[in-house]
Design a protein around this ligand. Structure first.
Ligand SMILES: [Zn+2]
Length: 307
């Protein structure tokens, strides 16, 4: 296979960052790094970060204003630290953007356009920020948690438990017909008037395997029994804290496909030509954005990299 024939991982899963985890337990680490001149900060406001000319716009630690959540994100190639400074979407932003060319942009909207390293850094930052902002209290006793490990864990001073950022596994799947010439996608009720079709997805329930969750979700949402499950890759999707596990599967009886009428309001079989047109922005339907694993699953099938 030539390089262009090799399926690319989903957009947010192409980089292996140096998270410098061995530093996290150094006492006073974040204070020390904040005072080092080479340290840069990725400000996160909800799911948005500053972008300038298509790149992440990192700032100096002394540009951060107000009460923010701090954490160590990574060690850059030059050896300097990259820190997170996060606030919630309803709070004030952690930095005032004085550069007119910089603007707040969401992971969902721009994650597919960033280079691999920056996409990986942004998804790490948004996922950690979400936990730091949304889960300030101990789930066991209600005590207010105290940050530990440079933002990567928190302990409860009342009951002593230690807590870590949670990740919820979710399966996502594109379904082909047995001949491999058509792909089944669904239109979700949440998307309203938009004629947007995407892969089928759902959370893995308690006590369930990935495979069982996938078979159950497709049966519930699209009415078909599937087999020949093929794992395609994963990526974090912090909306609010999912790990999306991507698969392809084959429908036993394509003619039985029908929407559940609640979560999914329509299902439709597409040819490669129809989806190629939609990926190019032509045709009558919209497909999920480039940051999503659904986009990668559809793109790989269209390009013939998946049966
Ligand atoms: Zn507690």
């Amino acid at each position: 296979m030539s390089p262009q024939d090799t399926p690319q991982p989903p957009a947010l899963a192409r980089a292996v960052l140096d998270r410098a985890a061995e530093l996290r337990h150094e006492p006073g680490l974040l204070e020390r790094l904040r005072s080092e001149p080479g340290t840069r900060v990725l400000a996160v406001h909800g799911d948005r970060a500053p972008l300038r000319a298509g790149r992440l716009h990192l700032v100096a630690a002394d540009e951060i204003v107000g009460a923010v959540h701090w954490a160590l994100l990574a060690r850059a190639d030059d050896g300097h630290a990259v820190l997170l400074a996060a606030t919630g979407a309803r709070d004030e932003p952690p930095v005032e953007l004085t550069d007119e060319a910089a603007q707040w942009s969401s992971l969902r909207a721009v994650g597919g356009d960033l280079d691999a390293e920056e996409a990986g850094l942004l998804v790490e930052a948004v996922a950690l920020a979400r936990w730091l902002v949304d889960a300030p209290f101990c789930p066991a006793c209600g005590g207010r948690l105290v940050p530990r490990a440079a933002g990567w864990s928190r302990s409860c001073p009342d009951c002593g438990r230690e807590h870590f950022p949670r990740t919820d596994p979710a399966v996502i799947v594109v379904v082909t017909d047995p001949a491999g010439g058509r792909l089944l996608l669904g239109r979700n009720a949440l998307w309203g008037e938009r004629v947007l079709y995407s892969a089928f997805a759902g959370f893995v329930e308690a006590g369930e395997s990935l495979e069982s969750a996938l078979v159950r979700e497709v049966a519930e949402e699209a009415g078909v029994a599937v087999s020949r499950l093929d794992y395609r890759g994963s990526q974090s999707w912090p909306y609010p804290r999912s790990l999306m596990l991507g698969f392809t599967a084959v429908a036993a009886e394509p003619g039985q496909a029908r929407a559940d009428g609640e979560e999914i309001i329509d299902v439709r079989w597409f040819t490669r030509d129809e989806l190629r047109a939609a990926l190019d922005g032509a045709g009558d339907v919209e497909l999920p954005g480039g940051a999503s694993i659904a986009h990668a699953l559809i793109r790989d099938w269209v390009s013939g990299q998946v049966r």
